[in-house]
Design a protein around this ligand. Structure first.
Ligand code: TSJ
Length: 655
């Protein structure tokens, strides 16, 4: 055994470098790096299977954090390497970037940290065992890290590859234990492996991926927690999975594939009835989250092909303009997967494909694929749906442009053409002026009487303003209440919003303390959040808090803003007290409204601060999204809109 080691000193040199600087090969020596050891092994198996040799890859997590990867491929070659004079198996596990005879073209890509080779896994493992079943014989070999003085040498063969018996199977099985001297107590993570195997199953249609976790018993049957993935239709199944829970515009995703000298490519697309664009791209089974040249080529091809198809089908007339890329991408989910040699990854996270030669190549393959698809009679309905959806998007795009220009004109001009209902203030000082948005005409009337017209402008809202969630800008601008607000504020909207043009320092929402009021507040806040975010982040938006009761008798009168405070106020008032309950702002006289909610000396204002934007987003989608139950729950829980976490009290009031 020992003389076997000594003769292969050169072979171990490369692995020494890996032990010395693991980060260079696997990125980090944390959990993520440890999973890289696994991906190296898995990638090798997937290559074999995706080339049509074998059907299944199984990953088994053991209790001691060792892990097994097994495939039913042809088995790693066992014959001796002509130069190195050792078995193919030994070469694979001891040579960095194992090359030479076994440099099958699929091994020639290097995907960032992927593809550094199984020898890296070996070098950073406490031990590694491999068995190969091939041509009726079962072979085995083991490696382990050995301590030599203060030094640890990784991946040392315990002996040469040995035939250990007969078999009728074929395949490769590798088990290894990541070295705690490198990775500390990091452990393999079921969810991480599960997610990756599922992704690989979508990317390698027809190959079965099995994950067994010996740390956890099965939830449903005997044995261990197990996951099995096998998607016969690969990328098509991927698209259906991604679009699960949405409404596809046509049932079957479109699939195109192609090959050139440079690359092979598969691509699936499907439109759904929302306005989002979702692109997922992969190169050599690795996600390219930052996109790159393949996505650019794909987008160009989609625009060009569907425009050409639309013309050929007469769905676009000669005098009509071509539709734009964004029109075809509205509601589009896309998956594209490439196999490519000599990959260049770029970008901040090295997940952007840089190879310039890929763009025209992908464009050509996708364009030809889509044109072919469109030729089939059976494709006609789908194609028509796509082109009509794009035409709808184009119409909206043009309308939005028009509406935006109209709104811009309306807001830039000094005329209040749209602000019929606004009772403006006489003062011109934007630093002290207040816009008070009042729910309902009757409260609006009282507010107009009560206000200090020098700096308080009143805008009564008739009904509910449009719920802007899930609406496109042009639909938002169609709503008169919304247009009135935009004009009144004078600072524009969305991309054209300019806070320096704002005519009011405070925008105060005054709505009833009931569910309708809460809804109106939420709609207005959603609108500000989506289209005038700075209004909130710069602290201009306030919610006025109206009293719920007045407790009074001769020589005593106090307003109560909170149900919890009612009893205390009654006690304070003493015998002979009377209670007036306000069901809404409209029930108050002008004087009462001034005293309780409008007089800066006495009113309670809650400043709307969105320091946690993500949380605000969640609140708003809960409110406005499709989930009616969650929305109801939220409204009843927050009807008084006094959530300390979201809104900061800036005034106190004692009535
Ligand atoms: F390398 C490894 F340990 F990472 C590993 C390799 C791990 C696992 C789980 C599987 C594999 C692997 C390698 N499975 N199948 C193969 N196939 C080959 O290496 C192979 C077999 C035959 C031929 C040939 O030309 O006949 C060529 C190759 C590269």
């Amino acid at each position: 055994m020992s003389n076997y080691n000594s003769k292969d000193i050169i072979v171990l040199d490369g692995l020494d470098a890996v032990r010395l600087r693991p980060g260079m090969y696997i990125g980090t020596t944390g959990v993520k790096g440890m999973h890289h050891l696994l991906w190296e092994i898995v990638d090798n198996g997937v290559d074999e299977l995706s080339n049509g040799h074998g059907f299944r890859l199984t990953v088994t997590m053991h209790k001691d954090n060792s892990i097994t990867v097994m495939d039913d491929g042809r088995g790693i070659p066992v014959d001796k390497h002509p130069k190195l004079k050792v078995s193919g198996v030994e070469v694979v596990f001891t040579q960095l970037h194992a090359g030479g005879k076994f440099n099958n073209s699929n091994y020639a890509y290097s995907g960032g940290l992927h593809g550094v080779g199984a020898s890296v896994t070996n070098a950073l493992s406490e031990w590694l065992k491999v068995t190969v079943c091939k041509d009726g014989i079962k072979y085995a070999m083991q490696f382990s890290a050995v301590e030599k003085g203060k030094k640890v040498i990784g991946g040392v063969p315990k002996g040469p590859l040995k035939a250990i018996g007969k078999t009728r199977e074929s395949g490769t099985e590798v088990t290894f234990l990541p070295d705690t001297r490198i990775f500390g107590d990091a452990k393999f993570d079921f969810d991480t492996i599960n997610k990756r195997l599922k992704e690989l199953a979508f990317l390698n249609g027809g190959v079965e991926f099995v994950l067994i976790d010996e740390n956890v018993l099965s939830e449903t049957s005997t044995g261990y927690r197990t996951r099995i993935y096998n998607y016969k239709n690969g990328l098509r199944d991927f698209i259906k999975y991604l679009n699960d829970g949405t409404n596809p515009v046509y049932k079957e995703p479109i699939y195109v594939e192609g090959k050139s000298d440079l690359l092979s490519m598969g691509c699936a697309i499907q439109h759904v009835d929302n306005y989002n664009e979702n692109f997922f791209s992969f190169v050599n089974n690795i996600p390219t989250t930052e996109g790159g040249t393949h996505e650019v080529g794909l987008k160009t091809a989609i625009t060009r092909a569907f425009n050409d198809i639309a013309r050929e089908m007469g769905l676009l007339k000669e005098k009509e303009q071509n539709l734009m890329g964004e029109d075809f991408r509205e509601g589009l989910t896309c998956v594209i997967a490439l196999k490519l040699k000599n990959v260049q990854f770029e970008g901040q996270t090295k997940t952007k494909l840089g190879n310039p030669e890929v763009r025209p190549e992908v464009e050509k393959l996708v364009y030809e694929g889509l044109m072919d698809y469109a030729k089939a009679k059976s494709s006609k309905a789908t194609i028509t749906e796509i082109i009509n959806k794009a035409k709808g998007a184009a119409k909206v795009r043009l309308a939005a442009k028009h509406a935006k220009e109209t709104a811009r004109k309306a807001t830039s001009a000094d005329t209040y053409s749209l602000v019929g209902k606004l009772s403006g203030c006489t003062g011109k000082n934007a630093l002290i002026n207040e816009l008070i948005i009042v729910e309902g005409d009757s409260a609006g009337g009282s507010a107009k009487q009560a206000r200090d017209r020098h700096y308080q402008a009143i805008l009564p809202l008739k009904g509910k303003p449009l719920n802007v969630e899930k609406k496109r800008l042009n639909q938002v601008l169609d709503n008169e209440e919304i247009r009135t607000i935009i004009s009144a504020l004078g600072a524009g909207i969305a991309g054209d919003f300019k806070i320096e043009n704002l005519k009011y320092n405070k925008v105060i929402i005054l709505a009833d303390a009931d569910q309708d009021g809460a809804h109106i507040r939420a709609i207005l806040l959603t609108f500000f959040y989506r289209y005038m975010r700075e209004l909130i982040t710069e602290g201009h938006v306030y919610v006025g808090v109206a009293p719920l009761y007045r407790v009074y008798k001769k020589n005593f009168s106090e307003y109560v803003y909170d149900d919890d405070k009612l009893q205390a106020t009654i006690k304070k008032c003493g015998a002979g007290y009377q209670i007036q309950r306000y069901k809404g702002l409209g029930e108050m006289t002008a004087e009462q409204l001034w005293n309780t909610t409008m007089d800066p000396e006495r009113r309670v204002l809650v400043q709307v601060t969105l320091d946690d934007i993500a949380e605000a987003e969640r609140m708003i989608t809960t409110f406005m999204g499709d989930n009616i139950e969650a929305r109801k729950e939220y409204i009843s829980e927050n009807a008084n809109f006094n959530k300390e976490s979201e809104f900061e009290h800036i005034g106190e009031n004692n009535g």
